[in-house]
Ligand binder design. Structure first.
Ligand SMILES: *Cc1c(COP(=O)(O)O)cnc(C)c1O
Length: 366
């Protein structure tokens, strides 16, 4: 295997246990985007074994894949555009989220044809201005009331925009806005079975937002929602589950002054041993990290030299390196340059680093 993503499922289990020790709320494990690059089915399966009682995904296709592999716990898909495959959602017992009358009407129309009542969650926009009912609120509540016998009202929810900023009062403001809207639903005779507001940051930093269920994403994978504002994995008590490794394709000596890679952007400062690593930007390594990231071989940091190519990159193993072609280097993760360090080097967030590791890199489970 020229490169692999090692996924430590025990870390995922321990991370869920750690969160469970901090809240009485049910855990919905967020497994969208191939479980943040960790692999949908193995992560979903282990999350359920670890005490998560719900699964959440963005796309209906992701929810359908979960059902097709035999997973039976409640699943919600929250990003369904009009004309999505609602018939499959109903037949496979997948919960849907509605945040417009238009989508609500379409789902109820399909449900009437299929003869299955949909299990619905209402998303309320309380400040993020992304998903959720906003300007249409009154009309939406009227519609929901008028048709209340045509669906099962499972949940009401919102999403926080700034839960990772402990100093901000925006999360409290979103909760107040949510509670006003929730009271209006109840007043109209619409009582949800569950309320769910919190992502990982909300779960870690805002206990008042736990309610009946939390939607746990990045922290389950052992990463911090915001390293600067909330601290790193260790300080949050979670362990990163992903480690990326790759083989050296070639090891060779090169001389001071040699220009490495496309554009010859970097000149070697000393005679050294170069390693050609079998991963590049098409595998998900962010190309913008040249000069600021690297790999670890045998406990030693080997910085990237020159630009990252599509399928490969070059590292400086040091003049005395004992590395040989075929040896593995730790590209990122435990024992290597961390996912947070790669994110910083690429001027992005850890979420983007893990979700972009390409599907052509096999996932291996420990
Ligand atoms: C991705 C997502 C989450 C999880 O967010 P984290 O920050 O990874 O915990 C929760 N809820 C919704 C609606 C999401 O899209």
């Amino acid at each position: 295997m020229r490169a692999l993503v090692e996924v430590n499922l025990d870390a995922i289990e321990a991370n869920i246990a750690h969160i469970k020790s901090k809240t009485g709320a049910a855990i919905l494990a967020v497994v969208k985007a191939d479980a943040y690059g960790h692999g949908l089915i193995p992560v979903a399966t282990r999350a359920i074994e670890s005490g998560a009682t719900w699964l959440g995904v963005a796309l209906l296709e992701e929810a359908i894949t979960l059902r097709e592999s035999g997973i039976e716990v409640p699943v919600i898909a929250w990003l369904t555009p009009p004309h999505d495959d609602f018939e499959s959602a109903l037949r496979l017992n997948i919960d849907l989220s509605v945040s417009s009358v238009q989508l609500f009407e379409e789902v109820l129309a399909v449900a009437a044809q299929v003869g299955i009542k949909p299990q619905l969650h209402f998303e309320i926009d309380t400040g993020m201005r992304r998903g959720g009912v906003l300007s249409e609120w009154e009309e939406f509540v009227n519609y929901a009331t008028l048709h209340k016998n045509e669906y099962i009202f499972v949940g009401t929810w919102t999403h926080f925009a700034r839960a990772d900023e402990p100093q901000s009062d925006f999360t409290a403001k979103q909760q107040r806005e949510f509670d006003v809207k929730l009271a209006e639903l109840v007043q109209a005779g619409l009582q949800p079975q569950i309320v769910h507001l919190s992502n990982s940051a909300g779960t870690l930093a805002h206990p008042s937002a736990h309610r009946q269920m939390v939607r746990l994403g990045i922290a389950m994978y052992g990463l911090s929602p915001d390293v600067n504002a909330m601290g790193d994995s260790a300080s949050l008590g979670v362990t990163p589950a992903m480690t990326v490794k790759a083989q050296l394709h070639l090891v060779k000596r090169a001389q001071a002054g040699d220009a490495v890679g496309y554009g010859g952007t970097e000149l070697l400062k000393h005679d050294t041993v170069l390693g050609v690593v079998t991963m590049g930007y098409s595998d998900g390594l962010p190309r913008g990290t040249t000069n600021s990231a690297g790999v670890v071989f045998d406990g030693y940091f080997a910085p990237l030299v020159g630009r990252i190519s599509m399928d490969q990159c070059v590292v400086d193993l040091g003049p005395d390196s004992k590395a040989q072609a075929g040896d593995y280097v730790i590209v990122m993760g435990n024992g290597g340059y961390s996912i947070d360090q790669w994110a910083k080097a690429a001027n992005t967030i850890n979420y983007e680093i893990v979700t972009r590791i390409a599907s052509r890199v096999p996932r291996v489970y420990l």
